[in-house]
Design a protein around this ligand. Sequence first.
Ligand SMILES: [Mn+2]
Length: 403
Amino acid sequence: MKILHCADIHLGRRPVGGVGEYSNKRYDDYFKAFGWAIDTAIAQKVSVVLIAGDFFDRKELIPEVLERTEALLQKLKDAHIATLLIEGNHDNITPGKEDDSWIIYLENKGFLKRPSYTSDETGLHFTPIIIDGHHFYGVGYPGGFVNETLQALAGHLAATPDTKNIVMVHTAIASGDFLPGTVEKETIELFNGKALYIAGGHFHSYQASSKDGALFYIPGSLEYWDLAEPGDKKGVIIFDTENGAHQFLASQPRKKTTITIDVQSDNYDDFKTEFAAVIDKAAFVQNEELVFVELNLKKPFYIDTAVCEEVLLKKGVLKPFIKVSYPGHDGKGDQARQLITVEEVERELISTWELFSLKADETVLVLGKLKEYQKDNNSAQFFETFDSMLQMVMNGEEASREN
Ligand SMILES: [Mn+2]
């Protein structure tokens, strides 16, 4: 059986603060990239497509995102290719809130199937999706519980030998530094002889467990989610369960040019001349390129990055990004920040607040709405939502006084 594995599609993403042409082009890019993955699946005559989390960029969708997504998934359905999906940290389903999930909606409409598990006092219970004798297991995004969850799954698989197992999990192997939601390689090794393939995600560039008979793969996001994300190897993996062969096919994300300047100047005025001279020598595809400029300073001084961006925009760059590295900056922590969503940071903080902690998930949801209404200048909805948020907290207080 041939399988196409992709992950981190991030449909519906619009760059933060992006307006106009740049924002619209990037919004389209994620749909185009998924369209390419679908065309590849059809051309390669695969039986199953695996989407290993972060299918959507966020839980709430505008109608157009849903419409375009359904049109793309319909192509797989028409080609009689089964689509299996797990959630990532961006589209994670809140337990008990399954009715609010657009992923469950797509599942109910027959566009995809979602291997999942439940937990109770007796442990974790895994429900595989079975296709042509292959058992597909999925654990979504277990976050901080990823090692325990996968250990339990490995135990379950040990009790059912002789089945062809494929595992889907939204995680990556972290070596050395702690990164949120990542798994230890020892946990992955528990699956040797128990699974044919583990379909991972979360990191946005290609990863494969390094041992012989590698099991665990990440194809990388199809498009750049963040211009500063490490690694440029992005695409899909075609896996053949009959002979164990796997093949990486690179996607074509929007052109990104990285320019690293080891700044010689020690003051802003000299720097402006130095910067302009470097950029003047570069040539860009007009209005199409993302340009990421890293400025490595030997001596710290203030740089107005808006001025640098203006220089690049005048050269016809679609979107410039300027990153200033001051002496002594080791870049540690940058990747951790890229891996978690704003909502996850908010939830962690709110769960420490006395009045809101029991309603952390709801509060994050309401804050998201308030931000949107603020952006849209919709004061009526803003105040209505704000009132309901206060009501929610007051009800929570009353409930605790009664008990
Ligand atoms: Mn992602």
